[in-house]
Design a protein around this ligand. Sequence first.
Ligand SMILES: [Zn+2]
Length: 313
Amino acid sequence: MKIIQLSLIIKILYSIILSNTNIITDDILYNSKPFIVVIDAGHGGKDSGNRGNGYYEKNIALEIALKIGSNLRSNNDIKVIYTRKSDVFVDLFQRARIANSADADLFISIHCDSHNSNAYGAGTFVLGLHANDRNFEVAKKENSVIFYEENYEENYDGFDPNNPESVIGLTLMQETYLDQSIIAAATIQKHFVNDLGRKNRTVKQAGFIVLKYTYMPSVLIETGFLTNKNEGAYLNSEKGQNAMAKAISNAIIDYKNDIMKSLQESYFFDSNEKNSHISDVVEKINYKIQVAASSNKIETKSFNFNGLKSISR
Ligand SMILES: [Zn+2]
């Protein structure tokens, strides 16, 4: 378990976390704004991504991303935006900027994993503190692409992918969207497992820089391991890419429908009651700071947290 020292908590106090925030705006419910999803194919151009079994992560990620977009084309209420549609290098912060400029409702980054074992399976990450070394390693690997970028020290506020402490500062902004990011990630995992029978590597948290700068629910999918002989071949095949894209597209539709339904339920009121409803929502805002992440379920007693009280999980 990692417990951040009090001094560090003071350092991060500036970034107060809003939870229970309504992420999808009234525009979707009342003004027929389409649900905008940004599909981000990881890597590209001079950055090949991982080369497990000789495959190119950048090509597989792009193929899956384009297939997701083409699957969703028939849904008039969903608009798809890509961060890249060809084999080009795009800085990580530019990817987030594309999503923010589009005022997107969901950001999905597509990747493939690698490992020096026979590990396999599909996992989906949301931004947060890593609970174990393996999750940190995945984020470190994906974050290291900033070394291909010019001026990365300036663009990422001195962020160092190799330093676990550096990751802590990353996680604060996305906390606002954490609940919905987790719902999106869990929906994607459900489709990987139920539709395709992929091994479930579950929803996890780690400090992915591409997720840090987006202002919307955001997830990063590790579709599988190119280093695993069977899974690498599957992900590199048309059949595998079609299947993975179909599962992700269906998850996006499910997520959108679920979120819309819960918003409609919570917003169900006469128009002349709107203002009082909004004040109800405002009163429900909680301010929280994440101080620990752990793979074990830890009792929320003060003695487990250097004497801190009012701990919730
Ligand atoms: Zn990657």
